[in-house]
Write a protein that binds this ligand. Structure first.
Ligand code: ZN
Length: 139
Protein backbone atom coordinates (compact mmCIF):
# COMPACT_ATOMS: atom_id res chain seq x y z
CA UNK A 1 0.00 0.00 0.00
CA UNK A 2 2.93 2.30 0.74
CA UNK A 3 1.06 4.91 2.80
CA UNK A 4 2.64 8.37 2.57
CA UNK A 5 2.12 9.16 6.26
CA UNK A 6 -0.12 8.61 9.27
CA UNK A 7 -3.11 10.77 8.37
CA UNK A 8 -4.55 10.70 11.87
CA UNK A 9 -4.78 8.83 15.14
CA UNK A 10 -8.32 8.25 16.42
CA UNK A 11 -8.91 8.40 20.16
CA UNK A 12 -12.23 7.44 21.77
CA UNK A 13 -13.27 9.84 24.54
CA UNK A 14 -16.30 10.04 26.81
CA UNK A 15 -16.34 13.84 27.04
CA UNK A 16 -15.20 15.72 23.95
CA UNK A 17 -14.96 19.12 25.62
CA UNK A 18 -12.87 17.77 28.47
CA UNK A 19 -10.55 15.98 26.04
CA UNK A 20 -10.22 19.11 23.86
CA UNK A 21 -9.25 21.03 26.96
CA UNK A 22 -6.39 18.59 27.66
CA UNK A 23 -5.02 18.77 24.10
CA UNK A 24 -5.25 22.57 24.07
CA UNK A 25 -4.16 23.47 27.58
CA UNK A 26 -1.62 20.75 28.32
CA UNK A 27 -0.26 19.86 24.88
CA UNK A 28 -0.73 23.37 23.52
CA UNK A 29 -2.42 22.24 20.30
CA UNK A 30 -5.29 24.07 18.64
CA UNK A 31 -8.59 22.41 17.84
CA UNK A 32 -9.25 23.57 14.27
CA UNK A 33 -12.42 21.65 13.51
CA UNK A 34 -15.35 20.04 15.32
CA UNK A 35 -17.57 17.94 13.14
CA UNK A 36 -20.42 15.51 13.64
CA UNK A 37 -20.33 12.40 11.44
CA UNK A 38 -23.88 10.96 11.64
CA UNK A 39 -22.86 7.88 9.63
CA UNK A 40 -20.45 6.84 12.40
CA UNK A 41 -22.53 8.26 15.26
CA UNK A 42 -19.70 10.44 16.52
CA UNK A 43 -18.71 14.00 17.17
CA UNK A 44 -15.08 14.58 16.24
CA UNK A 45 -12.50 17.21 17.11
CA UNK A 46 -9.27 17.65 15.15
CA UNK A 47 -5.78 18.85 16.01
CA UNK A 48 -2.79 19.07 13.70
CA UNK A 49 0.62 17.75 14.79
CA UNK A 50 3.07 18.09 11.91
CA UNK A 51 1.25 16.41 9.02
CA UNK A 52 -0.60 14.04 11.35
CA UNK A 53 -3.92 14.82 12.97
CA UNK A 54 -5.32 13.76 16.30
CA UNK A 55 -9.00 12.87 15.90
CA UNK A 56 -10.96 12.78 19.15
CA UNK A 57 -14.15 10.73 18.88
CA UNK A 58 -17.13 11.18 21.20
CA UNK A 59 -20.08 8.88 20.73
CA UNK A 60 -23.49 10.35 19.96
CA UNK A 61 -25.25 6.98 20.28
CA UNK A 62 -24.47 4.11 22.71
CA UNK A 63 -25.23 1.67 19.86
CA UNK A 64 -22.69 3.31 17.54
CA UNK A 65 -19.16 1.97 17.05
CA UNK A 66 -17.50 4.37 19.51
CA UNK A 67 -20.28 3.93 22.08
CA UNK A 68 -19.80 0.16 21.95
CA UNK A 69 -16.00 0.47 22.01
CA UNK A 70 -16.03 2.63 25.15
CA UNK A 71 -18.57 0.37 26.88
CA UNK A 72 -16.32 -2.63 26.23
CA UNK A 73 -12.81 -1.21 26.58
CA UNK A 74 -13.09 2.29 27.98
CA UNK A 75 -11.54 5.43 26.58
CA UNK A 76 -8.33 5.24 24.63
CA UNK A 77 -6.60 4.62 21.33
CA UNK A 78 -9.22 3.57 18.81
CA UNK A 79 -7.60 3.49 15.39
CA UNK A 80 -4.65 4.56 13.25
CA UNK A 81 -5.33 6.00 9.81
CA UNK A 82 -2.85 5.71 6.97
CA UNK A 83 -2.97 8.02 3.99
CA UNK A 84 -2.99 6.01 0.77
CA UNK A 85 -3.65 6.57 -2.91
CA UNK A 86 -6.17 4.56 -4.97
CA UNK A 87 -8.01 3.33 -1.89
CA UNK A 88 -10.37 1.07 -3.89
CA UNK A 89 -7.39 -0.83 -5.32
CA UNK A 90 -5.77 -1.07 -1.87
CA UNK A 91 -8.91 -2.71 -0.48
CA UNK A 92 -8.96 -5.24 -3.31
CA UNK A 93 -5.28 -6.05 -2.75
CA UNK A 94 -5.80 -6.38 1.01
CA UNK A 95 -8.72 -8.77 0.48
CA UNK A 96 -6.59 -10.81 -1.94
CA UNK A 97 -3.99 -11.10 0.83
CA UNK A 98 -6.63 -12.57 3.14
CA UNK A 99 -7.23 -9.44 5.24
CA UNK A 100 -10.73 -9.13 6.69
CA UNK A 101 -12.26 -5.84 5.61
CA UNK A 102 -14.83 -3.92 7.62
CA UNK A 103 -15.56 -1.81 4.54
CA UNK A 104 -15.34 -3.50 1.15
CA UNK A 105 -15.79 -0.12 -0.49
CA UNK A 106 -14.70 3.32 0.75
CA UNK A 107 -17.24 5.60 2.42
CA UNK A 108 -17.17 9.25 3.40
CA UNK A 109 -15.54 10.05 6.72
CA UNK A 110 -14.88 13.28 8.57
CA UNK A 111 -13.27 16.06 6.55
CA UNK A 112 -14.72 14.55 3.36
CA UNK A 113 -12.02 11.88 3.15
CA UNK A 114 -12.72 8.53 1.53
CA UNK A 115 -12.15 5.98 4.28
CA UNK A 116 -12.27 2.23 4.86
CA UNK A 117 -11.40 0.08 7.87
CA UNK A 118 -9.46 -3.17 8.09
CA UNK A 119 -10.62 -5.56 10.79
CA UNK A 120 -8.32 -5.70 13.86
CA UNK A 121 -8.37 -9.51 13.83
CA UNK A 122 -6.27 -9.33 10.64
CA UNK A 123 -3.94 -6.56 11.86
CA UNK A 124 -2.49 -7.72 15.18
CA UNK A 125 -5.29 -6.09 17.12
CA UNK A 126 -5.16 -2.53 15.82
CA UNK A 127 -8.12 -1.08 13.97
CA UNK A 128 -6.54 0.34 10.81
CA UNK A 129 -8.20 2.96 8.66
CA UNK A 130 -7.12 3.71 5.13
CA UNK A 131 -7.96 7.14 3.86
CA UNK A 132 -7.58 9.09 0.69
CA UNK A 133 -8.03 12.78 0.15
CA UNK A 134 -9.36 13.01 -3.39
CA UNK A 135 -10.09 16.71 -3.20
CA UNK A 136 -6.49 17.61 -3.97
CA UNK A 137 -6.17 15.20 -6.89
CA UNK A 138 -6.80 16.36 -10.43
CA UNK A 139 -10.12 15.01 -11.65
ZN1 ZN B 1 -10.42 8.06 11.62
Amino acid sequence: MKPSHIEHIGIAVTDLNEAISFYEKVLGLTCYNIEEVPDQKVRTAFFMVGQTKIELLESTDPEGPIGKFIAKRGEGLHHIAFSVEKIEEQLIHAAEQGITLIDCKPRKGAEDLDIAFLHPKSTSGVLIELCENKIHLPS
